[in-house]
Design a protein around this ligand. Structure first.
Ligand code: EPU
Length: 337
């Protein structure tokens, strides 16, 4: 076990923020993970995955365990389905590409989402009409308290919109070490209903798309709207889309007839936070080294040397403004550290 001190986390968070870890251990082996958890029992710990869903507003006064477990294997298959197990430290998009190379379908709509496999169930990543839960079979996790390994089934995870048990009652209690996905080997079920995918496939002149074509369409759409964290620091959607009551939605619509919406149930409606933020005038606004992306108002960006605390202040200003104008509270999707 190699423990380093005073380590910059800048390369390990997609916002590219220069916060420091008091101590840092890169975990490439499960036995080392168990050993660290046993020997460092009384020390505060901070679990770091792909660093794609957090805003570091300060240095981390803890031992940062960077989960870098690697490996992908097929664990079972039938004629039409395959169970693929990927270790937590595999990069999500590289995993999607591996599945596409093997013609395994089910996660093509989730192409190019930043982050790692191990953190994908924590917030039930989703895009273009698909969510992780649709292909999730199980995950393995180690208890921080007693190092017991536990297998979580789909129902154990209590998945919701960008939600799971790992963000709620079991927050910080388990470290996910691998995730098993149930994918298709043939007769893939394509989800191209999301408007932009259809248009993109048409633009590619593709009438009978394969899973690779759907992935390419998603990649093209994402690249046209979302900043690449390697070029401009960001964490994808900074806020969740708020879900409001039908009554509240009707009032909103009376004042803003053009408001886009998705019906969640007879009583609930989801409103795109990106639209609210754009209407409030924040889209493309830049303050020194940070701001709101000019092509997708849901994304906050670090243009260079911004401080996490400044980005957080901007996020709070956006929340207060949205509340004032629309009487809607928007929650952060990103974890504020
Ligand atoms: N919109 C605006 N202005 C903006 C952005 C969006 O008016 O600046 C409007 C659009 O015109 C559209 C609606 O909002 O009517 C929805 O926009 P979009 O399709 O871009 O999706 P989103 O709801 O803003 C969600 C996810 C994204 C995911 C896309 C596509 C959340 C919080 N975000 O964004 O996820 O890629 O749908 O499925 O649910 C992420 O989680 O990091 C992420 C990027």
């Amino acid at each position: 076990m190699v423990i380093e001190h005073n380590v910059s986390l800048q390369p390990f968070n997609t916002f590219g923020l220069n916060a420091k870890a008091k101590s840092y251990c890169n975990i490439t082996d499960e036995t080392v993970l168990t050993e660290v958890l046993k020997t460092k029992k009384n020390q505060p710990l901070f679990i770091l995955g792909g660093g794609s869903n957090m805003l570091l507003t300060k240095d981390i006064e803890a031992l940062v365990l960077h989960i870098s477990l690697r490996g992908i294997e097929v664990v079972n298959q039938t004629n039409n389905t395959v169970l693929v197990k990927a270790k937590a430290g595999e990069n999500w998009h590289q995993f999607v590409l591996w599945c596409l190379e093997h013609n395994y379908g089910g996660i093509e709509n989730l192409s190019l989402i930043p982050g790692n496999v191990g953190t994908s169930p924590i917030q039930n990543i989703g895009a273009y009409g698909k969510e992780l839960k649709d292909v999730f079979e199980s995950c393995e996790a180690i208890s921080v308290k007693d190092q017991e390994k536990r297998i979580f089934t789909k129902s154990d995870c209590k998945f919701g919109y960008r939600e799971s048990v790992f963000k709620q009652e079991l927050k910080d209690e388990y470290i996910i070490t691998s995730v098993t996905f149930k994918l298709t080997k043939s007769n893939h079920i394509l989800h191209t209903d999301y408007g932009a995918i259809k248009q993109q496939l048409e633009a590619f002149n593709i009438t009978e798309p394969t899973i690779k074509d759907v992935s390419n369409a998603v990649i093209a759409i994402r690249q046209s709207k979302l900043p690449d964290p390697k070029e401009i620091g960001n964490s994808g959607s900074f806020f969740k889309n708020p879900v409001i009551s039908m009554n509240q939605f009707k009032k909103l619509q009376a004042n803003f007839p053009e408001v886009p919406s998705y019906k969640v149930s007879d009583d609930l409606v989801k409103v795109p936070a990106g639209w609210l933020i754009e209407q409030a005038g924040f889209k493309g606004k830049r303050f020194n080294d940070y701001g709101v992306h000019n092509k997708q108002a849901l994304v906050l960006v670090n243009y260079g040397n911004a401080k996490g605390s400044d980005i957080y202040k901007l996020a709070q200003l956006i929340q207060i403004t949205i509340k004032r104008i629309f009487d809607i509270s928007i929650e952060t999707e990103v974890n504020i550290i």
